[in-house]
Design a protein around this ligand. Structure first.
Ligand code: PMP
Ligand code: GLN
Length: 409
């Protein structure tokens, strides 16, 4: 992923070339922008992490689990409590029957799960269909495995699926599609009709689907997440990925889980055994408690986040930003052109951090191909209301000095 603010790798010392792909890859935009935020004492609405803690009972369960003597290697595919909780969660929310012993693999975050699922099915030369804007590990990971990304682009402001282009991206060498719903950074939630269209392509081309569903519980305005795995014909072809980081506001825990058919699970497990082998057992047991929480928890998670989206979205619109609809995730996309900003998104985010002391993410970081729109900026709203209000105040004061002719004020 190329973006001007990412630090290029330092020149390697003379000698044999190291891995070309990694040498050419910059540090992730989230790390770059968080470092810049720290440097300038900025409010960090860039990298997507809440400034509040996860549920107390989940944290208590993980803390207690450290003290009861199960601190050695847990089973490769995850502790039984968590595998059972993942299966029960699949049944409760999506009516999916998943065998906890043969169809669940616990990973160290969804990031590892994405890599493990790709490793499970990709051979060098295989094509993988991706949907842009996309999460920043997808393209490098596909390439590191010798796969060939075939990227289809969604267009703002509605991010509709370009069906003809998606169909054209599938061909005889397609091994898998990897996509994200609810979607970072767009806030798009794929509809049943869109998923049915994807399912048809997956079936006709005899491919797999890797479904990054980390924001499955973070949807708004009555929008509900639908796993591709629930669409007829998809049960055996999908690897469905969840993350405790997002579902329990515990992003540092890095506990992910893959649900997939027993025909796919052995390869996902063998990929996991070569990546990390296992994930901290006490955190797994905390997450197991979380996944069994009652309906009220999941409703309040959605409702409180929706209120934060509304607070930040209305505030930014009031300051003159173009604000795009966000139906899910931690994020809202804004258009900076209506402010009268003449530069690009990267310059905007740098200036906003340095001068307004508020940090956001330039959306061009989510594009792998040239020609990306460069006037969109992503803000994370998973923060306490007081911090969101303080950020809005800082942006307002900055705009009145830096862009005094912006129309909305
Ligand atoms: N996929 C998407 C779309 C994400 O936004 C994130 C954010 N971290 C991840 C995967 C990775 O999740 P985890 O932190 O569980 O590795
Ligand atoms: N998923 C988070 C985001 O989109 C970042 C995760 C990371 O920093 N790797 O902001």
């Amino acid at each position: 992923m190329s973006h001007a603010v990412a630090q290029a790798s330092p020149s390697p010392r003379p000698g044999r070339p190291q891995n070309n792909l990694l040498s050419a890859t910059g540090t992730t935009i989230f790390t770059v922008m968080s470092a810049l935020a720290n440097q300038h004492g900025a409010i960090n609405l860039g990298q997507g992490f809440p400034d509040y803690d996860g549920p107390e009972d989940v944290i208590d369960a993980a803390a207690a689990a450290l003290r009861d003597g199960r601190n050695q290697y847990p089973p490769l595919t995850g502790v039984p409590e968590l595998r059972q909780a993942v299966a029960a969660h699949n049944k409760r929310f999506y009516d999916l029957d998943i065998d906890p012993d043969h169809e669940v693999i616990v990973t160290s975050g969804a990031t590892e799960a994405i890599t493990a699922c790709l490793m499970a099915v990709i051979n060098p030369g295989d094509e993988v269909v991706l949907i842009e804007p996309l999460y920043d590990t997808y393209v490098p990971t596909v390439k590191l495995l010798g796969g060939i990304p075939r990227v289809v682009r969604l267009s703002p402001p509605h991010w509709e699926l370009p069906r003809a282009e998606l169909a054209a991206a599938f061909g005889p060498r397609t091994k898998a599609i990897l996509f994200n719903t609810p979607m970072n950074p767009t806030g798009k939630v794929f509809t049943t009709a869109e998923l049915a269209f994807i399912a048809d392509l997956v079936t006709r081309h005899d491919t797999y689907a890797i479904c990054d569903e980390v924001y499955e519980h973070l949807t708004f305005d009555g929008w509900r997440h639908i796993p591709l795995m629930t669409i007829p014909g998809m049960r055996e072809r999908c690897m469905r990925i969840g993350s405790a980081g997002k579902t329990f506001n515990l992003t540092g825990w890095k506990v992910g889980y893959v649900s997939c058919d027993r025909s796919l699970a052995p390869n996902v497990a063998k990929a996991h055994q070569n990546l990390t082998f296992t994930t901290a057992p006490n955190l797994q047991r905390g997450v197991a408690v979380g996944l069994m929480k009652d309906a009220a928890y999941f409703r309040e998670l959605r409702e409180s986040l929706q209120a934060k989206r509304d607070l930040l979205g209305a505030g930014l619109a009031g300051l003159g930003f173009g604000v795009l609809e966000s139906r899910g995730s931690y994020f809202i996309t804004t258009d900076v052109r209506p402010l009268g900003w003449a530069g690009d998104d990267v310059a905007f985010c740098r200036t906003l951090t340095e001068e307004a002391r508020v940090t956001a993410i330039p959306n061009t970081a989510f594009y792998a191909q040239p020609g990306a729109p460069d006037h969109y900026v992503r803000f994370a709203f998973c923060k306490n209301d007081a911090l969101l209000n303080e950020a809005l105040g800082r942006i307002e004061r900055w705009l009145s000095k830096a862009l005094p002719n912006a129309p909305a004020r």
